[in-house]
Design a protein around this ligand. Structure first.
Ligand SMILES: Cc1cc2nc3c(=O)[nH]c(=O)nc-3n(C[C@H](O)[C@H](O)[C@H](O)COP(=O)(O)OP(=O)(O)OC[C@H]3O[C@@H](n4cnc5c(N)ncnc54)[C@H](O)[C@@H]3O)c2cc1C
Length: 478
């Protein structure tokens, strides 16, 4: 069997690692970026650009939570990169990129024939044996084609492209922040993990100007708690599968209630605390959450874990009206809970808030350009010399570099999922072509439609890669 993998980021690494080489004649991996394996997030950048999760969450090998931790043990001095409050190493993302590269190279060495082609794929022809076309006119045939093209880039929501002082795409911060003079007033649009990266990196560079975080909600992601065994029993895909009757949002909340009640905790109390956090001053939130990083209470850890494990499964079972309710009313809260910031970054932000160097402004209405920027928000107007874009793309966005490829598939009968991305068969990850799962085409990563609105983190991508390897017919036995 010959396999063509389009994209050489974390998803491709997970797939190569999951494939059984005895079933594979050749592997061809195509990606225009150099060096391969790091995708968008894990390229060389400032040391202040950190991974967002502890090692047990960042293993690229599904089913082996310690795979990355073992690599890190062998590649970093003891205690290096430690986030003391979390009690775990949180290295720069470029270090994680080295782990991906090492894992990919070890995996590739197992195949009889493997080739990396530095080119963008612009189309797949499905007449006869699938043939992958590159931007420079080359053609590669394969029995199976797997799309691993990643997600979108920040949106230019306020049409600021080309305005002097506007940074449309912040990464790599090493390059974009080099052009930001230290004393200038900087506004960061957005309040998610990208905004946190930018503020932490400005601080690490000794920025002296004012930093304003400007967003609709004015809130920030929650702060990681020390990992603890949650022993989830009810909020599992198996349990959801066994439920009689339709799964509704209220039914799902009842499962959370039961899960927490068995630990002597109350979902109603936790939900009230979460709702109150959205109204509190961000600095007060950071202070409180940093003080409770090692709390014995499991409730928030359970909700966070379940958002990634049971959440995608529940999403498919929920009626459309409940999915819409979640998207419209709870998108921001769920994202902030499911993808929290690491304590080390939270401490940097809190220090800046307390020193008056950082502010969070909500209710952003418009941004006008002229001499600098005028940002209208709920409480007035704020000026800035530099505006850095940290608005996350919608989940399951089609990456710009993959637009011609996706168009070619849509022309041949693929369909867009109503929730974003391409329609796939949820059991196998196969692309749906003309209404049927096509065994020649699979999708791994954010382009796979049908899931909830959370961007796939490493564990989700690794699980999808394992599913794709199985569906191709070559899952490695470990
Ligand atoms: C800034 C950032 C930080 C993140 N940090 C974390 C984190 O700390 N922990 C975590 O769990 N998750 C994190 N994530 C989530 C992240 O999406 C996953 O960790 C993971 O990188 C997804 O891997 P991927 O291979 O699907 O996409 P990517 O890693 O983006 O790789 C996609 C690859 O496809 C290539 N490609 C695109 N179009 C084409 C084409 N037409 N032809 C050929 N190749 C193409 C691209 O060049 C790229 O190399 C982060 C995401 C971002 C954006």
């Amino acid at each position: 069997m010959d396999i063509a993998i389009i994209g050489a980021g974390a998803a491709a690494v997970a797939l190569l690692d999951a494939l059984d080489p005895s079933d594979v004649g050749s592997v061809t991996v195509l990606d225009p970026s150099e060096p391969p394996w790091r995708g968008r997030p894990y390229r060389a950048d400032l040391d202040s650009v950190l991974v967002n999760a502890p090692p047990e969450i960042m293993s690229i090998r599904s089913g082996d939570r310690e795979h990355y931790a073992r690599w890190l043990d062998g590649h970093a001095p003891p205690g290096a990169y430690s986030d003391e409050r979390l009690g775990r190493p949180i290295p720069p993302r470029a270090v994680y990129g080295r782990y991906l590269a090492d894992t990919a190279e070890a995996a590739l060495a197992r195949f009889a024939r493997a080739e990396i082609v530095q080119a963008a794929v612009t189309g797949v022809s499905l007449e006869g044996r699938p043939a992958v076309r590159t931007a420079d006119g080359r053609r590669y045939t394969a029995d199976k084609v797997v799309l691993c093209v990643g997600g979108g880039t920040p949106l230019d929501h306020y049409a600021l492209a080309g305005a002097p002082g506007f940074v449309a795409d912040p990464y790599p911060l090493e390059r974009t922040l080099a052009g930001v003079p230290s004393g200038k007033d900087v506004a960061v649009i957005g309040g998610g993990l990208t905004a946190v990266d930018i503020v932490a990196s400005l601080a690490a560079r000794g920025h002296t100007g004012r930093i304003s975080l400007v967003s609709r909600s004015g809130t920030l992601p929650f702060v990681w708690q020390r990992p603890a065994e949650t022993g989830i029993r009810h909020l599992t895909p198996d349990r959801l599968r066994s439920l009689d009757g339709p799964v509704t949002l209220d039914g799902f909340a009842d499962l959370i209630r039961t899960e927490l009640a068995e630990r002597g905790e109350s979902w109603d109390d936790l939900a009230a605390w979460i709702a109150a956090a959205a109204r509190r001053d961000p600095a007060a939130n950071l202070r409180e959450q940093l003080a409770t990083v090692d709390t014995a209470l499991l409730g928030r850890r359970i909700v966070q874990e379940a958002a990634h494990t049971a959440g995608p499964f529940a999403w498919r079972l929920l009626p459309a009206s409940d999915r819409e309710r979640l998207r419209a009313r709870h998108f921001r809260t769920i994202t902030s809970l499911a993808s929290p910031m690491v304590p080390r970054n939270a401490a940097v932000l809190l220090e800046l808030f307390e020193a008056g160097a950082l502010e969070a402004l909500s209710g952003i209405e418009k941004i006008e350009t002229g001499r600098g920027f005028r940002i209208t928000h709920a409480a007035g107007v704020r000026g800035a010399d530099v505006v850095i874009n940290a608005i996350n793309p919608p989940p399951h966005a089609i990456p710009r570099t993959a637009e011609p490829l996706v168009s070619s598939l849509l022309d041949q009968g693929a369909a867009q999922d109503p929730d974003g991305g391409l329609a796939i068969d949820p059991g196998t990850g196969r692309l749906v072509m003309r209404g049927r799962a096509d065994s020649r085409l699979s999708v791994v990563g954010d382009l796979a439609g049908g899931g909830p609105f959370l961007v796939s983190g490493v564990p989700g991508v690794a699980a999808q890669a394992s599913r794709a390897a199985r569906s191709i017919g070559g899952l490695r036995n470990r």
